[in-house]
Write a protein that binds this ligand. Structure first.
Ligand SMILES: [Zn+2]
Length: 545
């Protein structure tokens, strides 16, 4: 089995290496990008029907084919409904008829039960069967074996169009840019580099947030990363080699940004929001003015505190929102109404909100419900719940993205279940396993003596507090943090990436207090703690002390 898996991977990488040169040789223009988007916005209903017909109904084992069958929905009826009611109302009706997937169902952690039937979803069942595989990134969710997702070069082309228009709207399309992102299995670095190449806009530097001694990614991941850089360089795209800049050395990047602004009038840096904040704090401490620097932040909610910290350095920032299964779903508005206001990429996705009880909290959230429309989507999503909530509204903001036909906004997006620190996301399951099994086994007590809470410190940095009941005798707080880090190291390759970043940033700390269970679960994501606190005025406020 292992040999077959490796063969399959080798074949995917070979295809990737063969496809890359032509991908790099044919950058698209701004006019092409606008054309791609306008066409997609006009044809979104037809595109959805085409994806269902070709990518779902022709594959009877597809989970969506099964759900549609159980709901007695055929393509003829679906076509009629879309024509008569439009896409959103059709999708809402499908949802009522059981055609949707929860996050746990998609991850294979819960069986899908509808209309008296039940089935499980495997890791590959949601991958788009129409794609030619290229290279692989490991899903940010580190549950189970980690979902492997094939990224297709066509998909990168559509994403390039979205990004070009976004950068153009924010006035940084021609500013030199760098990124401070990891190497595979964290796909965000290589993905960003390739998208840049697609529109003839390569980063000038690729900073990697690792220390020289950090655990190295597996050989095959390194081989793909360096192979792609080498292939690009051989075919005329001078892709920068990754350079290690540990999280504690953000000043290196602040100095780089200031220098580029001095020379070119502007610069752009792509990083998770807390890494961007680190650069801004380092700049302020060193008396460096970052006016003219623009941060493109993703991977973590840009909370008001973090955005205020970035603005205080003179820099600007805007966000993008997406997930590995679908790619980028929304991009930052130029006239935002809050610290986190984005336009839904209406040509590629239908997004609406759906009231849902958040697990472990006495609260209803407006959960985001996402449907992919384009044939090149890495995973097919029909009414997929992604464990994030936010405010969805149609609004004319007057910005250049609005003029492309992107009327739908989604703002104030937060997770109701995931914990994100320093741009690395861990889906709850892995941490719950550590708190329920590993920590009681090592330090004593029961699962009820341990709890996690996400908080923001005075500067806006996210801290993940591990609450340990004072009744448990621990040798030292550092010993508990070390035990968690070791468990993450052993748990999965993505959890190990999280360990590396969190250890550098000091993201995790121990708090000695009784866990607070009233109405809450084992994990308390930041904004639900705040909501609960605002609603009740008691429990959570106590927990935050
Ligand atoms: Zn806008």
């Amino acid at each position: 089995m292992e040999a077959i898996r490796l063969l399959k991977q080798a074949r995917a990488y070979a295809r990737f290496a063969l496809g890359l040169p032509s991908f790099l040789r044919n950058p698209i223009s701004l006019a092409d990008a606008e054309q791609i988007v306008r066409h997609g916005v006009e044809r979104r209903e037809d595109n959805f029907l085409r994806l269902v017909e070709r990518g779902v109904l022709r594959f009877p084992s597809s989970p969506y084919a099964r759900l549609l069958k159980l709901a007695r929905c055929e393509i003829g009826g679906l076509r009629e409904m879309v024509r008569a009611r439009g896409l959103e109302r059709t999708l809402r009706a499908l949802r009522e008829a059981g055609v949707y997937l929860t996050f746990d169902e998609m991850k294979g952690r819960e069986p899908v039960v509808r209309h008296g039937e039940s089935f499980a979803i495997g890791a590959a069942d949601l991958s788009n069967p129409l794609l030619k595989a290229s290279y692989e990134g490991e899903s940010g969710g580190s549950t189970g074996a980690g979902v492997r997702v094939s990224h297709d070069l066509d998909h990168l082309a559509v994403q390039s169009a979205h990004l070009m228009l976004l950068y153009h709207a924010h006035g940084v399309l021609h500013a030199p840019h760098a990124l401070w992102r990891g190497v595979l299995p964290d796909g965000s670095g290589l993905n960003n580099v390739l998208r840049g190449a697609r529109h003839g806009r390569l980063p000038v530097r690729w900073f990697v947030p690792m220390r020289p001694g950090d655990s190295k990614p597996a050989l095959r991941f390194r081989a793909v990363t360096y192979g792609a850089v080498l292939a690009g360089r051989m075919f005329g795209s001078p892709i920068p080699w990754p350079e290690l800049v540990p999280i504690g050395e953000a000043l290196v990047i602040a100095r780089w940004a200031a220098e580029i602004v001095k020379e070119h009038g502007a610069c752009q840096l792509n990083a998770p929001v807390s890494r961007a904040l680190r650069v801004c704090v380092a700049a302020r401490d060193a008396g460096i003015d970052l006016s003219g620097a623009v941060f493109v932040v993703a991977g973590e909610p840009p909370s008001p505190a973090k955005v205020a910290g970035i603005h205080a350095s003179g820099a600007r920032c805007f966000a993008t929102y997406g997930f590995v299964e679908a790619g980028r779903v929304a991009i930052g508005c130029v006239n935002p109404s809050s610290s986190n206001d984005l336009h839904v990429l209406h040509d590629a996705f239908e997004v609406f909100s759906y009231d849902r009880r958040a697990p472990g909290v006495h609260d209803t959230v407006t959960a985001l419900n996402v449907t992919s429309l384009l044939l090149a989507t890495p995973q097919i999503l029909i009414n997929a719940e992604v464990d994030d909530y936010g405010v969805v509204e149609d609004r004319s903001c007057g910005c250049p993205l609005d003029r492309l036909g992107y009327r739908r906004h989604v703002r104030d997006i937060y997770s109701y279940r995931k914990l994100t620190g320093e741009g690395v996301t861990l889906v709850g399951g892995e941490m719950i396993e550590i708190m329920e099994r590993a920590l009681p086994a090592r330090f004593g007590g029961s699962p009820l003596d341990y709890q996690l809470m996400e908080e923001e410190d005075e500067q806006g940095f996210t801290r993940i507090s591990l609450i340990v009941s004072p009744r448990v005798a621990i040798p030292s707080e550092a010993a508990v943090v070390e035990a968690v880090m070791n468990e993450l190291h052993a748990s999965s390759v993505m959890a190990d990436s999280a360990r590396g970043i969190w250890a550098q940033a000091g993201t995790m700390r121990v708090k000695r207090m009784e866990p607070v269970w009233t109405g809450r679960g084992k994990l308390m994501p930041l904004h639900l703690v705040r909501r609960a606190s605002a609603n009740s005025g008691t429990g959570a406020a106590e927990a935050r002390r």
